[in-house]
Design a protein around this ligand. Structure first.
Ligand code: FAD
Ligand code: SF4
Length: 338
């Protein structure tokens, strides 16, 4: 690991100021020479691998007192960015009214990691593309802009089939983000000019021609909270992976339904493990709304969700798998007892 300086930020202003120090520096390896440190379960790994090379890290854990509340209000659910994954997954109101959130967290990583890792760090985690994580490969447009993409014709079994570009096909790896995007969450961001909010759906950037730009966060900005409107007791997170625990998704679905008198009044469908960014399927949702559920409807919705998917040599299987995951998640959501 390379030398770096360490600073503990004791309040948000201090954190923002310390993080803004790199505003003028353009370092394609990290996109920022100063990085916030939360649980450290991604950042420290990537520093050890020499993929991220910050000159300084700013420990934001002292902000947890103000930024880790789990607050299920009457109108919405507010989650502090420094809340631990395990605490949110175990919270009673979250389990009752937002099972898709509780399960997206519970099915992620391992118990030890979930005890360390924060919600903010979780949504900011970086791709597990093996070529990105191994600096002996020169050609990775995300790590080394303009160098090419080793995954295109390489071992691309874990890679994306939706939202890909000719520059990058890396999968967004997290689980929690799919629940947030399905439920129309907003993200609260603290920076030099105070706090701003944006739809969570605008936080992550599809690779396009600039895969090195992964989020809409500006220099010096931190995620301080997530806000989820409404309540979604009829919601499910289903994850298919190579083993039943401690593994990233090959394909996952976050589904939330509002079913009244047998008809689907509202439907939310998001996909994980198959796309370059947290992926909402408006096409599947449009097919479901106003309909009475049956297996045929679930299959048509799943087809619609993957209509634009592009498979490659080793990841083509994700299209068939993903459709099954969506159909099964819909079935579970309709039949669950609430
Ligand atoms: C073996 C292994 C298996 C895993 N499996 C899964 C899985 O199945 N599903 C899943 O979803 N995840 C999985 N993960 C990822 C894990 O969930 C993340 O490492 C964790 O959530 C990151 O949170 P953290 O607080 O430790 O972040 P850190 O490592 O501290 O930070 C991660 C990144 O986010 C930035 N950051 C942190 N907090 C903020 C903030 N508030 N605002 C802005 N930027 C911030 C940091 O600068 C850094 O770049 C796995 C990780 C490992 C090591
Ligand atoms: S898929 Fe993206 S992250 Fe992976 S090698 Fe290609 S450019 Fe790099």
């Amino acid at each position: 690991m390379r030398p770096f300086s360490y600073q503990r930020a004791t309040d948000p202003d201090m954190a923002v100021q310390a993080l803004s120090a790199d505003a003028a520096v353009d370092n394609p390896l990290t996109r920022a020479t100063v990085q916030p440190l939360a649980g450290g379960t991604t950042l420290i790994d990537l520093m050890k691998l020499d993929v991220m090379r910050p000159a300084a890290i700013v420990d934001i854990n002292p902000l947890a007192e103000g930024w880790s509340a789990i607050d299920p209000g009457r109108e919405n659910l507010r989650l502090g960015a420094l809340a631990k994954m395990s605490d949110v997954a175990a919270q009673g109101e979250v389990q009752r009214n937002y099972p898709v959130i509780a399960n997206s967290l519970k099915l992620a990583a391992s118990a030890q990691l979930r005890n360390m890792a924060t919600l903010g760090g979780n949504v900011m985690q970086r791709t597990r593309c093996p070529y990105f994580r191994d600096v002996s490969y020169e050609n990775c447009n995300k790590r080394n802009p303009g160098s090419g993409c080793a995954a295109m014709d390489g071992v691309n079994r874990m890679h994306a089939v939706l939202g890909v570009s000719d520059q990058c096909i890396a999968t967004y790896p997290g689980d929690f983000a799919q629940a947030l995007i399905a439920l129309d969450a907003t993200v609260e961001i603290t920076g030099r000019s105070g706090t701003r909010s944006m739809p969570f759906a605008q936080l992550h950037k599809a690779p396009g021609s600039t895969p090195e730009t992964e989020t809409a966060l500006r220099s010096g900005e931190l995620i301080s909270a997530f806000v989820v409107p409404g309540r979604w007791p009829r919601s499910v997170y289903l994850k298919a992976r190579d083993r039943q625990s401690y593994e990233f998704a090959l394909s996952s679905a976050a589904v939330a339904l509002d079913v009244q008198h047998g008809a689907i009044k509202d439907a939310r469908v998001a996909l994980g493990g198959v796309a370059t960014v947290p992926w909402r399927s408006r096409e599947a949702e449009a097919l479901l709304k106003g309909q009475t559920f049956d297996d045929g409807l679930a299959e048509r919705a799943a087809e619609a969700a993957f209509a634009d998917a592009k498979g490659r040599q080793y990841n083509n299987f994700k299209i068939a798998l993903g459709k099954r995951v969506v159909a099964r998640a819909l079935h579970r959501a309709v039949t669950m007892e609430i």
